[in-house]
Write a protein that binds this ligand. Structure first.
Ligand SMILES: *Cc1c(COP(=O)(O)O)cnc(C)c1O
Length: 416
């Protein structure tokens, strides 16, 4: 069980709304920092451990900057993410570039920033060489295929478009070395929203065994192993956060018995988590605009799935709190909707809630990762603001809401 707490009360939110109208995503600085510290502390046994925050989860410069203060780097996968990272001031080994189907301009930017480049395909080796020149250090993304099962969000590895097969991986290291690459890393990402630490321990075990094979078969000494992201969060109150200590203990044991025992006890471990870092420390605040009753009862919010795609896209559960009504019995059952002309524009279906009134404030929990970031403009919906609740209680606007002028900025009207 997880108690779905919020780091603010209704009065604080009403005060914010005077200046920043709903809807908005609100992030909690203290929670974000503590989460990053917990992950880093759990892996303190591993020299050189580094978390590269998966920027796609929450691509906001202020958030990246405060995570950097907690020793995190950035995991980028696009030109825009590289440029954002550059503008926050990160460079070199603070940036991991894990892309796929990559454009030449993206590799050129990654090389310019001296980012660690993680190749998604064998063919990208000559492509990178031609587009931007090969770096001294390269990493490959492994797709274990039938050796691992996936889950609903990431799919099974055999169906996944990412990474190299096992024979391709061996070929990749050989070819990269022949082209003059001197230092190597290994990466995989086969989990998403995984709450069982054992799954990630198994992934680590698989990679450690592979590292030993690479050393034996090819005399390739890996410098780092990137376990990817994919640590889940308890979206539902009946779920439990992953025990990071248990994860760390399991990985440490595999590290010692596989890498350490084979003379590879110096390999650095990296992770590139997004969700677990920011997910629980953001929520979407919206106000009830209309109530409707037909065959079902509807609560219409001023937010839409343009602000939070996950329920509409994956049927994902997000917990809802009606601010100021937390003590009240959940006697009613509602579908909680946005205003898009799409029937999957629902934040919750058949959700037991206290009796709701027009004007109530609703907090949609756990939107700190893959929330605002997935926003879009379909139906002319404008993307919301992002606010940061500072540790001292101040509230800071870290992204303004879009305006109609933003929406029309790229259009040409006839005669204009
Ligand atoms: C999305 C992604 C991540 C982050 O995943 P989370 O589930 O947010 O931890 C890490 N690495 C890669 C390559 C990704 O695509």
């Amino acid at each position: 069980m997880t108690t779905k707490r919020l780091p603010f009360d209704k009065a604080q939110i009403e005060a914010m709304c005077v200046k920043y109208p709903t809807p908005f995503h609100l992030y909690d600085e203290r929670g974000l920092r503590e989460q990053a510290r917990q992950l880093n502390a759990a892996f303190a046994w591993c020299p050189g451990f580094k978390e590269y925050f998966a920027l796609k989860a929450t691509p906001n410069p202020v958030i990246l900057s405060l995570l950097r203060e907690e020793s995190c780097g950035a995991d980028c996968s696009s030109l825009a993410e590289l440029v954002l990272t550059e503008r926050v001031g990160l460079r070199g080994a603070e940036i991991m570039f894990t892309s796929n189907n990559t454009a030449g301009v993206e590799y050129r930017k990654a090389r310019e920033l001296e980012a660690l480049i993680n190749l998604d395909d064998l063919e990208h080796l000559p492509f990178l060489a031609a587009e931007a020149g090969l770096p001294e250090v390269l990493s490959f993304r492994y797709n274990p295929g039938p050796l691992r099962v996936g889950n609903a969000i990431i799919g099974t590895p055999v169906e996944a478009k990412f990474g190299l097969t096992r024979p391709q991986l061996f070929e990749g290291y050989r070819a990269a070395r022949a082209r003059g690459v001197r230092r190597f890393g290994l990466h995989t990402m086969v989990a998403s929203n995984e709450l069982n630490p054992q799954y990630i321990v198994e992934t680590a075990t698989m990679l450690f065994e592979l590292a030993v094979e690479l050393a034996t078969a090819l005399d390739i000494q890996l410098e780092f192993i990137n376990l990817g992201g994919g640590i889940g969060i308890p979206y539902r109150p009946d779920q439990q956060a992953m025990d990071l200590q248990a994860l760390s203990r399991g990985v440490e044991q595999a590290y010692r018995t596989i890498l350490g025992a084979n003379g590879l006890g110096h390999v650095r471990l990296f992770m590139e988590c997004g969700r677990v870092i920011t997910g629980p420390h953001g929520c979407l605040i919206a106000r009830v605009r209309h109530l409707k009753q037909t065959y079902k009862r509807y609560v219409g919010l001023d937010a839409t799935m343009a602000d939070l795609m996950r329920p509409g896209m994956y049927g994902a559960y997000h917990h809802l709190t009606v601010l100021g009504k937390t003590g009240e019995p959940e006697t009613e059952t509602y579908d909680v909707t946005g205003s898009l002309c799409e029937n999957n524009d629902k934040f919750a279906i058949d959700r037991p809630l206290p009796a709701i009134d027009v004007g109530d404030l609703v907090a949609i929990h756990d939107t700190g990762a893959h929330g605002h970031a997935m926003g879009f403009n379909y139906n002319g919906k404008l993307r919301s603001a992002e606010l940061l609740l500072r540790e001292d209680g101040r509230v800071e606007l870290i992204r303004r809401a879009e305006t109609l002028d933003d929406y029309f900025a790229t259009l040409r009207f006839p005669g204009a």
